[in-house]
Every structure is written in C-alpha cells, then in structure tokens.
Design a protein around this ligand. Structure first.
Ligand code: TXA
Ligand code: MG
Length: 353
C-alpha cells in the first residue's frame, strides 16, 4: 500500500485534504492525524474491521483498547450507555483538550475498539486539524498514538511516516504537535475518579473541578511490581523505549554530572557509543560525545514537547547506552517522569553529593 502524505494548515484550510481523508475513514481505511498531544492513527470507531486494521498496522496487542475521538460533547450520549455526571463537568472544563475519560460503553461501540472491555475511552481533542477531520468526516475516530507498538509516540508527521509508511492509507501533516505527551486518562467508572495515565491535565487541575481524585497505584511506583496491574491495559507494556539502553541518574546536579561523566568516559574508552539527555541548565557539565538538550527545567512544557523526539533521535544516532537526568515528579513533571521511567525499563541510579 502506498501511504498518501498531505499537508494541512488549519489557518489556510484545504478542503480537498479533508474530503480525501473523510472518504478513506468512511470506507474503513486508516488516516494518521495530529492532535495537540501526539499524532493519532485514526479509523472508524464503530467499524470493527477498521479497529482490527489499527491493531495490525501498529503491531499492537488486541487487548489494549483504543481511545474514541469526538468533535462534539453530545457524542458522549451516543457512545456511552450511562454518562457519569462528572463526565459532563470535566468536559465543560477541559474539552476540547488533552483529557480522556473512561465510562460504560454503549452497545454500538464494538468490543474490537475497546479491547474487549465494557467501558470506552473518549476524548475531544483541541487541535484544529483533528477537530476538522472528525467533524467533516462524520465519523467517531478511534485513534491510538500513530507509532509502531513499543516505540515512542510520534510528535511529527515524519515520525509517523518512519513507523507506518506503507501500512496505512494516509497521513495528514500539520507540523509538530504542541504538548508532546499523550492525554491524561481518568477512569470515571468507580466512586472516585482515578487517573490511569498522567498527562498535561494534572491531578490538581481535576480536583479543582470534581473534588477528590486518585491515581492508579500501579503507575505511581517506580519499580515494576507484579502485584500491581495497571487499570489502563496499555500502561503495562514496556513502552516508549529507545533501542539503546536508557538509565536515569537522579540526585543533585553536581553529583549527577559526575556520575554520568564517569560512566560515559569509561564506556567511550571501550568504544561504546553513548549519549546523555540533559536539561539546558546543565548541558555544559557533560563530557560525552553526544549530549542532547531536552529543554529547560524552568519550563517543563519544553521538556514534554521534546521528550519523544529526543528518544527517537537516539535510535537514529544508533547509540547503545543513554543516561538521562531526572526531572521533578510534580505537575506536568509527573507525566514526564512516568514516560521516562517506562522508557528506561525502571532503571534508575540514585546518587548523592
Ligand atoms: O493523547 C492521546 O490520548 C493520544 C492521541 C492520539 O489522542 N492517544 C493515545 O492512545 O495515547 P493510545 O492508544 O496510545 O493510548 C490509549 C491508552 C492505553 O493505555 C489504553 O490501555 C487506555 O488508553 N485505554 C483505552 N480505553 C480504555 C478503557 N476502556 N479502560 C482503561 N484504559 C483504556
Ligand atoms: Mg500509545
């Protein structure tokens, strides 16, 4: 299959691009498109064959459910048999935007889309291209991140093409995404809303709207614990992983730099290609041949926006060992560290002054 790649600039919309994409979606094909978080791989959420194609294109385990993207809040009533009151409240505050809500599914949503579950994940994205695609196609769009399963999520159309070219019908290119990390997922099927995946919308922001909110224990621990099973099936897989071996080094900046320099000096002495993922504030402290600037500690949004591109770059450079600084676990930092720790397969070295 040849993958069509077309640019779309929402400020100067080209209706022909949306027409072509809409036709593909209505016929059961796959279209990758930008959202404000990451690029998604879209198919008709109510067409089980389209969902099956999504799993096949990504090489994704079929028990890992897809998120259904909508362009109008009222679609909640179509897709859920019992929309929780809190869902309306949260939708009013955070939609369109990077929040996904889990609720009981309606019969019309096929189990192929929900990974066999009786619940459905729904989100209304704020990216104008995503909005226009959902609206103009007339289709509810099931879309996981548009990467090959196990690779970092794509933040540009080039990342999507690198992973899925020849396996999907079309890619809509609207440039780099804004946030760079996947949406916050909140489960509304229990008594207390529970965060299953941290993201740009933080626990504190949710609590300001609905009161108490919990976080799924399985995603809090920085060790892999076989007794804790994440409630979002996707969170149990090793994910976001670069090909090189990634280790996080945590502690005061001086001690971290000293430790990383010691490790990379030794490896480079043995001709092992190494890289360091550093914040802009500390970048001059490192010796290694390849030091990548991931953004500024003083601006966590810059780190979120660069994280996946930096991990992909590591693959392109063919580095075998990667050391990364650690970041604050608060607010957006919680989402950054959640992804980084998974990418590192939970390998963390703690150092002190
Ligand atoms: O920002 C995002 O959410 C992006 C863009 C494209 O919208 N999408 C995305 O999809 O990250 P994906 O498939 O990569 O991640 C979906 C996550 C998985 O961890 C999956 O297990 C969880 O959502 N999920 C989906 N439906 C669920 C359900 N009914 N119950 C629990 N978890 C669910
Ligand atoms: Mg994903």
């Amino acid at each position: 299959m040849e993958t069509i790649i077309r640019e779309y600039n929402a400020d100067h919309p080209d209706a022909a691009v949306m027409q072509q994409a809409g036709q593909i979606l209505r016929a059961g094909g796959l279209v990758a498109f930008p959202t404000e978080t990451v690029y998604g791989l879209g198919g008709d959420a109510l067409n089980p064959e389209a969902s099956a194609k999504i799993y096949a294109a990504k090489g994704r385990p079929s028990d890992n459910p897809l998120i259904v993207h909508i362009a109008d809040k009222n679609a909640l009533k179509v897709l859920s048999s019992d929309v929780p009151d809190m869902a309306w409240k949260l939708a009013d505050h955070f939609w369109p935007g990077p929040l996904t809500m889990i609720m009981p599914k309606a019969d019309i949503v096929p189990r192929q889309t929900t990974g066999g579950l009786d619940t459905v994940a729904i989100r209304m994205p704020s990216h104008p291209t995503a909005y226009e695609l959902i609206r103009s196609s007339g289709v509810y769009i099931a879309a996981p991140s548009a990467n090959t399963s196990g690779r970092p999520s794509p933040t540009t159309a080039q990342h999507v093409a690198g992973d899925l070219s020849g396996r999907i019908d079309m890619i809509i290119d609207s440039g780099k995404v804004d946030i760079g990390l996947e949406s916050t997922i909140v489960d509304l099927t229990g008594e207390v809303p529970t965060i299953l995946r941290p993201g740009y919308i933080t626990k504190k922001m949710l609590e300001e709207v609905v009161g108490r909110v919990e976080i799924d224990k399985a995603i809090l621990s920085d060790k892999e614990d076989p007794n804790l099973r994440p409630k979002a099936p996707g969170m149990k897989y090793k994910h976001y992983a670069p090909k090189g071996d990634l280790v996080i080094v945590e502690g005061p900046a001086d001690a971290v730099a000293a430790k990383i320099n010691e490790l990379t000096d030794e490896l480079e002495g043995q001709n092992v290609k190494c890289a360091v993922i550093a914040s802009q504030e500390n970048i001059d402290r490192y010796h290694a041949g390849c030091v990548m600037n991931i953004g500024q500690r003083s601006n966590e949004e810059s780190i979120a926006a660069n994280l996946y591109a930096v991990l992909r770059e590591m693959d392109d450079l063919g580095v075998r060992k990667i050391y990364s600084e650690s970041f604050s676990g608060q607010g957006l930092g919680a989402a950054i560290m959640n992804r980084l720790i998974k990418a590192a397969g939970h390998q963390i070295i703690r150092v002190q002054d």
